[in-house]
Every structure is written in C-alpha cells, then in structure tokens.
Write a protein of this length. Sequence first.
Length: 433
Amino acid sequence: MAPDPLIVRAVEQLGYRVTVGDVAAKAGIDVNLAERGLLALASDVGAHLQVTESGDVAYLFPKNLRGIIRNKYLQLRLKEWWEKVWRVLFYLIRISFGIVLLISLVLIFVSIFIIVIATNQNREDSNYNHSGNGWIFVPNYFRFDLDWFWFLSWDYETPYQRQQRSKSADGKRSQMSFLEAVFSFLFGDGDPNWNLEERRWQAIAAIIRKNKGAVVAEQIAPYLDNVGSGYANKFEEYMLPVLARFNGHPEVSPEGQLIYHFPDLQTTAKTNSPQEAVPSFLREYNWRFSQAKSSQLILAAGLGVLNFVSGLVLGSLLKGDIAEELGGLVAFVAWIYPVLIGYGTAFLVVPLVRYFWIQWRNSQIEARNQIRKKRANVLIKPRATLKKKIEFARQFAAEKVIDSQNLAYTTETDLLEQEIERIQRLNSGDEKN
C-alpha cells in the first residue's frame, strides 16, 4: 500500500526529522494513524530511528523521500501521470465554454447576415437596392451597426491581450485567460473551504502544542462547530473527538474542573522551532462569485447578453421555410438552433442563480464565524473560574525535545560507536560538575 500523502507532506514540511506528535499536529490526523503511517513509511524508505533513554522516538528520513517512494510504487507514478493528464483535460474543459460561446456568436451573426442579404436581394419594391449602385438596404430593425461587433473586433481584443500580457504590481503575470474567465463566470472557482476539516484539526493541534500539551475546553471551542447545549455543553462532551484523535485524557482539578492533557503532542524533534501563528478561531472563507478580473467578467457577461439577444433575432428570422430555401450553413444553424438558444439562456441563468446562492451561503458562513469568534472572545478577558482552570492546566504543560544529546540509540551508527559516544558524554558531564 502506498504511503499516506498527508504524512509524506508533513514529513517534508517538518524537515525530514519528526516525531509522531510532530506529524499528527502538522497534518491534523489521528495520533495512532500517524504512528502506524510513520512506521510503514520508515520501513519503505529506510529511515533511521532515534530513541531517547525515556523511550521517545524520532524518525530521520532521507532528503529524497518522495523520489524513493515514486520509484518503489507504480501506483504513485501512475497517479502523478494522471494528475498531469487531468490538468490538461481540465484546462480544455475550462476553455471549451468560452470557445462554444464564440462559435455560437459567429454562427448566429453569419446566419443573420446571410438571411438579411438573401431577403433584400429577393425584394422587387422600393426597399430593394438598385442593381447598379452596389448598395444593399437593410431594414432598420435588422440593421447591424459596428457597435454590435465591437466585442469581437481586433481593436477591442488587442488592449485586452496587452492587459493579459502586462505584469501586475507584484511582478506576476495574470493566471487566468479570458476563455478561463468564461468558465469562472459560469461556475466559479471551487469551494474555498475544501480543506476546512484539515485546517480545523491542524489549528486544534497547534493550540495544544502552543500550550505545551495541556489545554482547557474553552481554548478548543473556537475551532469547533457543534459544542452542544445544556448538559452536553456543560460537561464538555464536544472534547471527546479531540481526545480520541490526539490520545488525550482529562484531568480533574481540586475544584472539580476539567482540563485536557495530550502527552503525545508534548514530544518534538524540532529544537528551538519558531511557534507558528495560530488564528484565534476557525474562520471559514466566503465564497467568491469569480476570481477573474472585473473587465473579464464584464466582457463575458456582455458576450452572453449579445449571444442571447442575437439568438432571439435569429429565431424571428428563421420563421417560415427560409432555412430550407437557403440550405447550407443556415439550414445547419436552424437544425441546432434549440441548442444555441438553450446554451445562450443557460449562460445567463446559471451565473444569476449562482450569485444568489453565494449570498445565501456566505450569510451562513458569516453566522458560523461570528459564533466561533464569540467563543474566542471569552479568552480575552477570562472569568476567575476560567483563569483557575488555565492555571491548573499549566501544571501538566511540558515539552520534550529529542536532540543528539539525549539519544540512547540510533540506527544511523553501530552500537559500539554509540556506546563510546555515550560514555564520552557522561565523562564530560562529570568533569563539568
């Protein structure tokens, strides 16, 4: 079985020397799952074990960890190949909606143009053009001024293309082309909270480690959604999933208050590691209508309206037998006309529905954010009882760092060399004393 990608990524981010607690906290996964995953990964890639005299273990992985895994597992090589193929396929899917829009516009306008010309050439009254002057008269209600075509003219596209090629203030080029912006206008850019659960457990683990493995329930509540009510809230039942995930256990103060102790998260392989900033509460991100530029969205919406209106005009011109009389392109467009007008309608309806759905969704997100923020505010000016709980929790706070000075055994060198080094350390310590 291939290694857990969360564990592999955590090992890489932590500098290839980790403990079970380091990985569980970084990835936000169950401690037991982290332990099993690290053992399997260490066995697969030939990692070294470093054991302290107290029995704590650190894992030292090779720097080319991912390369070793890739060479060993065909499944991972196939997965990486498929990810590359899928990126290309998804890009083609994204731009296909913009391409279909432009093709629809071209077909509709060319068909209208052909129908109008054919209609004018068949008239014999004063509205027809004289054969000698070379002019074609078009009725006012079907007249196509140049303003109808400005969306597609090269004079408009050139400034847009220049804008796409120009660099932004931070020196990075725009990452979204117009064809991709059409897809974004229709369907957005995905769920901004796709990794909410991962962020939740990472933040909870970070808070526990920040407090050196001992916390009170009020410090964890701002990162949870459902803390219950009544007795469930009073007896802090919402802490049970946290205890199960990180192998914690409760401790009772003399006043009968509960604090929570997580010994596995008190051991680390990082010496003097900088403390990561932890948000005061779990914030869900609001959905955005689109990450495309406003100019791209205006252009996409404008083309959508133009496509829909011109589709209605074409529908009025296709009444009767004119498509059969003209044949060719006009007959083909008449045949696919339901598809064209359906696409044009959906092109405007889908973003409109999605806009109101986003407003409703964001109102719910903001309500949850406010609830979690309110719980976090309790810690700004804690009550006397809460202060006592926090002080009691500090009695269990501790941090054990596994470094080269307190190792009893490592698989990096043979036992004789390790014994000599241990004796030398003991002798140097006696001389200092």
